[in-house]
Design a protein around this ligand. Structure first.
Ligand code: Z5A
Length: 212
């Protein structure tokens, strides 16, 4: 590659780990240092597919578990051309949840294997860095009550937390565990350091494909 590309940086973690807070701070800090960067989040509730997912999460609409898993993946695939275009233009992307949420949440339901859950997302742009915000259910509970959306119960979130552990062992991923119990500023400093390193490291590398 002769020109610089942007880095794909994903923040993952359980409910109230601080993903949105940290995505926003990271985008601000990278912009301040003159780097082109944009934020995205999944699910993207603004598209037609996203609206269906949103209605499902708000419990206004029921969907079969396999079907909703495929919709979450389709919601990423419909934005894949945009993601690729931005990265190729040199824009780094900070993404609030990605395919790892898809796998962790669906495989926390009975009868779903990790392999089945991963399949629909195989070939998406592979994140150059995944920042996994690790937070115990006890500390998460101190950050306020759960909301009223589907999945927002402590038992389900505990199983999700276990499912996330699978990715730690995947040598193909740049999976960094961040202690999300620290202060917002301390977490931010750590995340910013990892992100700046990733942006430098991948700028002349081709975009890889997830789980391929
Ligand atoms: N889902 C799925 O099933 N399949 C998929 O493929 C995808 C998603 C992509 C989407 O939720 C749901 O869809 C989600 C997974 C599922 N279900 N759940 N649960 P969402 O993305 O719309 O909502 P969320 O990710 O759960 O957001 P959240 O609860 O808001 O969590 P957060 O973004 O990690 O936290 P935050 O908003 O930044 O902070 C939460 C509070 O903690 C807030 O008051 C902060 O001020 C406070 N906070 C943050 N950091 C700190 C620190 N360091 N110390 C103290 N307090 C803090």
């Amino acid at each position: 590659m002769s020109h610089r590309r942007g880095a794909l940086i994903v923040l993952e973690g359980v409910d109230r780990a601080g993903k949105t807070t940290q995505c926003k701070k990271l985008v601000q800090a990278l912009r301040k240092s003159g780097r082109p960067v944009e934020m995205l989040r999944f699910p993207d509730r603004t598209t037609k597919i996203g609206q269906l997912i949103s209605a499902y999460l708000e419990k206004n609409y029921n969907l079969e578990d396999h079907a909703v898993h495929l919709l979450f993946s389709a919601n990423r695939w419909e934005l894949e051309p945009l993601l690729r275009q931005k990265l190729e233009q040199g824009v780094s992307l900070v993404v609030d949840r990605y395919a790892f949420s898809g796998v962790a949440f669906t495989s926390a339901k009975p009868g779903f294997s990790l392999e089945w859950c991963m399949n629909p997302d195989v070939g998406l742009p592979k994140p150059d860095l995944v920042l996994y915000l690790q937070l115990s259910p006890e500390v998460a509970a101190q950050r306020g009550e759960f909301g009223a959306e589907r999945y927002e119960t402590s038992d389900f979130q505990r199983t999700v937390l276990q499912r996330y552990q699978h990715f730690k062992k995947d040598p193909s991923l740049n999976w960094q565990v961040i202690d999300a119990a620290k202060s917002i500023e301390d977490v931010h400093t750590e995340i910013k350091t990892h992100s700046e390193m990733a942006i430098e490291a991948v700028q002349y590398q081709p975009i890889a494909e997830l789980w391929k």
